[in-house]
Design a protein around this ligand. Structure first.
Ligand code: PXG
Length: 476
């Protein structure tokens, strides 16, 4: 390959790239310099189809002028207003607009700056709610195996991904986890929601965890309606409804972490709508501003908010919690502009209409080498691979998925991988021909990697992209 003379890479040494193998990345960087619609532009001017809506966060596609114009204008009108003890009208307007978009009854909104902050905020509200209601001993929090609730201490405590917890010392006290609902042995290649096993699995929450701790000690259960980060785990029929019933019966707050499932991803506004279950709190972020200004939110049932207002001492701060950037004006502007786009373009309905086509395309990968399971819901698909065994019989966890990701990138497609699982979650503005391209490219990549055996896992196989190639010349 000819070296492109035009690629100017920045000095890569100072930036510590999050959730990334930095040494590997800096030897083979993948940098985007522009984005529009459903495509990124790489440093070597290639168009890369966005198969993941950024990090699940740009449902309305990239470069939306409505949002950019509104944010730019806002910066020159009111750039910042102190968030504590004073505020600005847009914060209230954004909360009202979000309340209209939320399921009925969830209409009091606390703003944060990320999904992680939303998760920790919701857990704190749950604890403080029981306390203000006179039940301070209801102070245990339950999460779920393979759950992801961001990276702050509360979120990793209730989260269930070992790799995100093990380096960071002791977890919070008073935490337990229910089982995750993935059952590949029974449900491999299920299209959409698996039918069986949901009720029995949910009943375990009552039979095991609540029996072990005593229900009167539990403040809240937090779950993602569809587990995204841990590899697209779709709950079986009836499972979330049964969790709701158990929580209601025992006075436990049910929190849905909708950071991924909110804003149309499943073909409905919320996972709560898809599964027809109303939680006591919903956390969100990402799609709230179409991913372009950091913002998260926790929506609570108004009786939770009312309890704080009615039972706190006169003049007291009812919830001693908040962030300098809670409801910063440009985030509110971006959220309002994003909600306008959703209303005008009916992106949830668009996702629902495309989901059948998307499902078929995803399941067309069945039968390819290494493909062990395919799962899907709305505009999300997970492709799980068999574990790759090297010639000594040692499992190379994640290596096959990583190589597939690199090959896709080389072929002009951006995907996500976690362990041995690929996740596809395009912008809701995706077109049918682009869905075809996603899965055809993925199919080509899987076949390529599989056909090269252990050699196929070596990242230097994939230095064919010019930008990475140029960088490799610097390092070697
Ligand atoms: N809760 C859920 C359910 C999430 O998916 C967070 C909380 C944390 O959000 P912040 O804004 O703090 O990152 C998330 C984030 C992936 C991927 O590809 C998923 C997330 C973030 C980055 C990558 O699986 N989810």
């Amino acid at each position: 390959m000819e070296k492109s003379p035009n690629i100017q890479l920045p000095d890569l040494s100072h930036y510590w790239v999050p959730f990334t193998a930095n040494r590997q990345f800096k030897a083979m960087p993948r940098l985007f310099k522009a984005a529009k619609g459903n495509y990124y532009t790489s440093m070597d001017d290639k168009q890369i189809l966005d198969g993941t809506a950024g990090l699940w966060c740009t449902p309305a596609g990239h470069g939306r002028e409505e949002i950019a114009t509104a944010v730019g204008k806002q910066l020159l009108t009111l750039d910042y207003a102190p968030a504590f003890q004073s505020s600005h009208p847009l914060a209230f307007e954004a909360a009202s607009r979000l309340a209209e978009y939320l399921p009925n009854g969830l209409d009091r909104v606390f703003f944060t700056n990320s999904g992680s902050e939303s998760a920790d905020t919701a857990l704190k509200i749950a604890l403080a709610y029981h306390r203000v209601c006179g039940n301070p001993l209801r102070n245990k929090l339950i999460g779920r195996e393979r759950g992801y609730h961001g990276v702050n201490f509360g979120g990793i405590a209730v989260g269930g991904i070992a790799g995100n917890r093990k380096a960071f010392g002791n977890s919070l006290a008073g935490i337990d986890h229910i089982r995750h609902p993935l059952d590949i042995a029974k449900n491999a290649f299920t299209k959409g929601v698996p039918e069986d096993g949901g009720i029995a699995l949910a009943n375990e929450f009552e039979q095991r965890i609540l029996t072990l701790h005593d229900p009167s000690t539990i403040a809240a259960l937090i779950v993602e309606p569809m587990q995204g980060s841990a590899g697209v785990i779709v709950p079986p029929t009836g499972y979330l409804k049964r969790l709701r019933e158990i929580c209601t019966k025992h006075g436990i707050l049910l929190i849905f972490d909708e950071v991924i499932t909110g804003f149309g991803r499943l073909g409905t506004r919320w996972g709560a709508d898809y599964f027809d279950v109303t939680p006591d709190m919903i956390t969100c972020a990402k799609g709230l501003t179409n991913g372009v200004v950091p913002m998260g939110a926790v929506a609570v049932k108004h009786d939770i908010y009312d309890a704080f207002m009615e039972k706190s001492p006169e003049g007291a701060i009812e919830l001693p919690h908040g962030y300098t950037y809670s409801a910063i004006p440009i985030a509110c502007t971006a959220a309002i502009a994003t909600l306008d786009i959703f209303a005008a373009e009916k992106l949830e309905a668009r996702a629902a209409d495309l989901s059948g086509y998307f499902e078929q395309a995803a399941h067309s990968l069945r039968g390819l080498p290494m493909v062990r399971d395919i799962r899907n819901i709305g505009l999300v698909a997970g492709i799980e691979f068999e574990q790759f065994m090297d010639k000594n019989g040692v499992a190379k966890v994640g290596a096959f998925a990583f190589a597939t990701y690199l090959k896709c990138y080389e072929l002009g497609l951006h995907i996500r991988f976690t362990g041995d699982i690929i996740a596809i979650s395009p912008p809701l503005t995706i077109e049918k021909h682009e869905i075809d391209r996603i899965f055809n490219t993925l199919s080509d990549a899987i076949k390529f990697v599989a056909s090269h055996g252990e050699k196929g896992l070596e990242s230097k196989q994939y230095l064919k992209n010019e930008q990475a190639w140029a960088k490799a010349q610097i390092y070697t």
